[in-house]
Write a protein that binds this ligand. Structure first.
Ligand code: FAD
Length: 399
């Protein structure tokens, strides 16, 4: 099947090249809030070791953290197109919210498409108003990129509940989350591991402990290793059914990629704006350094890269929102292109600033590891190239 084939139920996707009035208003309103907080607020939270709660609450109060969720459950009804605008605009002000990626985008999308009516009623209103924040835990140290190899296991008890045992690593934002969407494989009667299932577990309940991972990132959301030791999860917390975990999971991974792309695009805009402003003003040989093509051309190339990546990300949003299968290809390509764009933008912004590129005052060096991260997570550039080689070009799978 071609990546652009679609289920019969999908709507006709529409990519608007010019944003609608509603999209423009959303961008302006989010931008106005983000401008009041700015990069300095996020650095203050990072240094204090605290999540960006105040900003999250203000965004939530206005309904922006649930922009993608269905209106009948209190969301904005704007799909991933809307939530991507929120993240892009926040990132453009240096205020990327990692929890937006995992909570409304991954968990919210899966709940919307695969939750039972009772689960939707239980979880979606809280996700939409920001009081419920769900982290996402799939990565394991020994499995890495090969998520088929995860060994966190879920055993069904005689009473119908589940018990989860295992470890997860690099799980973001647990300190600010109320629940975690955990991917675990069903332990079969003979002790072997079956298909992955999705569980909504409470943060820090009995049976779960966590340790922070120290990283170079200058962003407030922290990463954690989680340990589950016979963590009991009631049957109603299984999401996507007892055989449908894998399919449901995929409906969360495309929104995750779209959000990673959106954050990268906003960050790339910010780095480019800073670089261009500096290049217009800094004079060392009697004219602004931006007059030298050695400075101007790399920035112009970056601008082209960013705009192309934006277009692909917008396509991914339109396809995803319409329920189109080809969303996977576009989400991967948008994420790949946006990650390359932000790495190039931040690198050239540092170069344009000369020695000031490393000064904390200019806020460029603070962006470096966040930019660099986008090539690794949530999916690495190599795994995206594997996907494109195999699915878009029909080349043999190499691993
Ligand atoms: C800051 C941060 C936040 C994160 N947040 C979360 C989170 O909230 N939840 C969560 O579940 N996970 C999270 N992760 C984990 C993240 O998704 C993984 O780190 C990422 O998917 C890469 O997996 P790995 O680190 O195990 O790399 P590995 O699988 O060990 O790969 C190492 C390198 O080898 C390459 N490689 C591996 N296989 C192949 C192949 N077949 N072909 C070519 N190259 C290959 C990879 O691309 C990579 O460059 C986070 C990670 C970081 C760093």
């Amino acid at each position: 099947m071609s990546p652009l084939d679609s289920p019969a139920t999908a709507e006709e996707p529409v990519i608007r090249l010019v944003p609608t009035a509603e999209e423009r208003l959303l961008r302006e309103s989010v931008g106005a809030i983000a401008a009041r907080y700015g990069q300095k607020y996020m650095i203050r939270c990072t240094e204090a070791g605290e999540p960006p709660t105040e900003m999250w609450d203000e965004l939530a109060e206005h309904g922006y953290v649930g922009a993608n969720l269905p209106e009948e459950f209190g969301g904005g009804g704007m799909g991933m197109t809307g939530l991507a605008i929120v993240q892009e605009e926040l990132a453009r002000h240096g205020c990327t919210q990692l929890l937006l990626v995992v909570s409304p985008a991954i968990a919210g999308s899966i709940l919307t498409r695969h939750g039972s009516q009772a689960q939707k009623e239980r979880w979606l209103p809280g996700l939409a108003d920001g009081t419920e924040r769900i982290a996402f835990a799939v990565t394991e140290a020994d499995a890495g990129t090969n998520t088929h190899k995860i060994t966190t296991r879920a055993r069904k008890t005689a009473g119908g509940d589940w018990q989860i045992t295992g470890q997860k690593t690099y799980i973001s934002g647990v300190e600010h989350a109320t629940a975690i969407l955990v991917v675990a494989r069903q332990e079969l009667d003979d002790g072997t591991l079956g298909l992955p299932l999705l569980f909504l577990v409470d943060v820090d309940g009995p049976g779960m402990t966590r340790q922070p991972i120290a990283t170079a990132l200058r962003m407030p959301d922290r990463q954690w290793t989680l340990f589950f030791d016979h963590l009991t999860v009631p049957a109603e917390r299984v999401l996507g059914g007892e055989i449908g975990g894998l399919g449901a999971l995929f409906d969360g991974l495309n929104p995750e990629r779209i959000m990673a792309a959106a954050g990268a695009l906003g960050g790339a805009d910010l780095a480019l704006e800073k670089a261009a402003a500096y290049a217009r003003e800094r004079v060392v040989w009697g004219q602004p350094i931006g007059a030298h093509q050695g400075i101007a051309h790399p920035l112009a190339e970056c601008k082209v890269e960013v705009e192309l990546a934006r277009l692909m990300t917008r396509k991914a949003c339109a396809l995803y929102d319409a329920g189109w299968k080809g969303a996977g290809e576009a989400a991967n390509m948008g994420k790949y292109a946006a990650a390359e764009a932000i790495v190039h933008c931040v690198d050239h912004a540092i170069q344009t600033h000369g020695g000031n590129g490393v000064a904390l005052e200019y806020g460029i060096s603070d962006m470096w590891w966040g930019a660099r991260l986008t090539r690794i997570a949530p999916v690495s550039r190599e795994m995206i190239l594997n996907y494109v080689a195999e699915h878009s070009l029909g080349l043999p799978k190499s691993y």
